[in-house]
Design a protein around this ligand. Structure first.
Ligand code: DQA
Length: 146
């Protein structure tokens, strides 16, 4: 049985491609999910991709992962900066996770500099564009193989 990674994208990431292309580029959510799925296949993992604009649905997806996933790649969008509930969900399922941001949040507004997730993350990747999802999947796979 292949190990499986859950790839979670949060609010507004369904608008990738048209939302602020000067910040996020022109790739779409489908491109993001393809990058993550291809990386997973390359390292012998399965990927399950979910996107939601709602905090509760993201929490439900994280909870469900505890039954059949080995790690999580998450771009929680703006919930990164606000959601203690998503932090607690990640802590609660106790799966290793990689935090991804397409943009370099540290070069942007101060309210994007704090993440409720980073202190629990196995790694944090910001500013690498959608390639960050490739790095994140590979890093998680390396950790899970170790
Ligand atoms: C983001 C950065 C967040 O600050 C923002 O709210 C997003 C996307 C990124 O991928 O760069 O929605 O997580």
């Amino acid at each position: 049985m292949h190990k499986r990674v859950l790839v979670v994208n949060g609010p507004n990431l369904n608008l990738l491609g048209t939302r602020r292309p000067e910040v996020y580029g022109t790739d779409t959510l489908a491109d993001v999910e393809r990058v993550a799925t291809d990386a997973a296949r390359d390292v012998g993992f399965d990927a399950r991709c979910v996107q939601s604009n709602s905090e509760g649905a993201l929490i439900d997806a994280i909870h469900a992962a505890r039954h059949d996933c080995d790690g999580i790649v998450i771009n929680a969008g703006a919930y990164t900066h606000t959601s203690i509930a998503i932090r607690d969900a990640l802590e609660g399922v106790a799966l290793p996770f990689a935090e991804v941001h397409i943009s370099n949040v540290y070069a942007r507004e101060p309210f994007r500099h704090h993440s409720h997730l980073s202190a629990l993350a196995a790694c944090v990747i910001a500013g690498a564009g959608i390639q960050g999802y490739d790095f994140a999947v590979r890093r998680l796979a390396a950790l899970l193989a170790a």
